[in-house]
Design a protein around this ligand. Structure first.
Ligand SMILES: [Fe+2]
Length: 218
């Protein structure tokens, strides 16, 4: 009788097809950095000046329990007001286009278009509870100033509401198999994700403010 060939490691033929586990329905997190300390310094100056000048934004932040300052509800034209933020927008446009391409988003001839951008200055110990960004395609954050111990960005598996009886994952599960992932941005980091991805800014233990600029592309 002819001897069966040894099975390849981890692969088992079944009806002539080799056993395989595929990865489907991928959730992408884009990460890069702006390696331009002078621009980042200018952006920090702009963010702090805005927080001083934007009385309406400070009032909104206070009324809505935001632990610090955000221009989210008060100013919708920052790239037009400030040439430094306009420069940031030009850089972000390129990253958003690249993310759309790498994610196979079929946009025809159109390009991702920035439709909102806002500044966040979080006080030490401040966080931002879980949320997503409706009416947008790609969202993200550029980190202007991340002090040591600042909170991470927690990202949630979008299938969580469907995991009725799914067990938790083992302690050694790789990042792509965990229900929560904690991104640790540094000063200069850019993160992008599709806008439906729920995320949360965890409260940190930093001693100084964490400054970021968030945005949506449609
Ligand atoms: Fe957000």
């Amino acid at each position: 009788m002819k001897k069966q060939p040894a099975l390849e490691q981890g692969r088992r033929p079944c009806f002539g097809v080799f056993m395989a586990i595929k990865t489907l329905f991928v959730t992408r997190l884009y990460q890069d950095a702006i390696d331009d300390p002078a621009l980042v310094t200018e952006l920090e100056r702009s963010c702090r000046a805005l927080a001083q000048d934007d009385k309406a934004g400070r009032a909104w932040s206070k009324a809505n329990g935001y632990p610090g300052y955000t221009s989210y509800a008060s100013l919708n034209d920052l790239p037009m007001r400030d040439p430094v933020i306009a420069e940031l927008k030009r850089i972000l446009d390129r990253h958003a286009q690249r993310f759309a391409t790498e994610s196979f988003l079929d946009l025809g001839r159109r390009k991702p278009k920035l439709d909102s951008l806002w500044v966040n200055i979080l006080k030490p110990g401040g966080g931002h509870s879980g949320h997503l960004h409706p009416h947008s395609m790609i969202s993200g954050t550029f980190y202007v100033c991340v002090p040591p111990g600042a909170g991470t960005l927690k990202l949630e598996d979008p299938r969580l509401p469907m995991m009725m009886a799914a067990p938790g994952r083992t302690a050694d599960a790789p990042e792509d198999s965990r229900p929560f992932v904690y991104a640790e941005p540094a000063t200069g980091t850019i993160l992008l994700w599709e806008s439906w991805l729920r995320h949360e800014v965890m409260a940190g233990a930093a001693k100084s403010e964490r400054i970021s600029i968030s945005f949506n592309y449609s």
